[in-house]
Ligand binder design. Structure first.
Ligand code: TMP
Length: 210
């Protein structure tokens, strides 16, 4: 089973994924935690470029770097893990491209879907958790975390975007979630424990099917 976690910056994806993977392990599932950008060796190099606040990257160049990251990630990490029967949990995937490069940067949605299909070999998640919260709260959390870890320059390119950008991202995610039944919207403004309990309740019946 291929599960993705999506949401604006500071939505708590990392914590939710850690808990979910520990729980899945306890259910006897072998899980693989991964992320985009940066799930493969080439992807880690691309991540450093993509998130560096000092880089000035044109929207089309940004798109192709994310797609290059995905092409490697799918073929070198995700598909082999799925073939071994593992449950793959990815921190961001294709929906991030549709939302950040589409709703955020204003690139054409139909072109994005065609290119994402090519880059991923038409691999889409079985299930997507959208950790939803107001951008004001998320940005505050993300900027505080980057500051505490000294990552403002190295990981701060998107955190430096204005509130209007992050509002478009949230609206984009909610619009996608309304179109695709694989989405589950989780209220991420609550405690990590409450967020995880919602995820567990959704996964419990599903893991019997996969
Ligand atoms: P994060 O892994 O710390 O969440 O940061 C990744 C950033 O990259 C985040 O701001 C969203 C952005 N992103 C895109 O713009 N397009 C994509 O396709 C992906 C995977 C991420």
């Amino acid at each position: 089973m291929f599960i993705t976690f999506e949401g604006i910056e500071g939505a708590g994806k990392g914590t939710a994924m850690e808990r979910t993977s520990q729980w899945l392990d306890r259910q006897g599932r072998r899980t693989r935690l991964t992320r985009e950008p940066g799930g493969s060796a080439l992807g880690r190099e691309l991540r450093a470029l993509l998130l560096d606040r000092e880089q000035s990257i044109e929207p089309e160049a940004e798109l192709f770097l994310y797609l290059a990251d995905r092409a490697q990630h799918v073929r070198q990490i995700i598909r082999p893990a799925l073939a071994r029967g593992e449950t793959v949990l990815s921190d961001r995937y294709a929906d991030s491209t549709l939302v950040y490069q589409g709703y955020g940067r204003g690139l054409d949605m139909a072109a994005l879907i065609t290119l994402q299909t090519l880059a991923s070999g038409d691999l889409w998640p079985d299930l997507t958790f959208l950790l939803d919260l107001p951008p004001e709260t998320g940005l505050e959390r993300a900027r505080a975390r980057n500051k505490a870890l000294g990552l403002e320059r190295r990981e701060g390119r998107f955190e430096a975007e204005d509130l209007a950008f992050h509002r478009r991202i949230r609206q984009g995610y909610l619009a996608l979630a309304a179109q695709h039944p694989r989405f589950r919207i989780i209220d991420a403004g609550r405690s990590p424990e409450a967020v995880f309990q919602d995820i567990r309740l959704i996964l419990e019946p599903l893991i019997l099917l996969y």
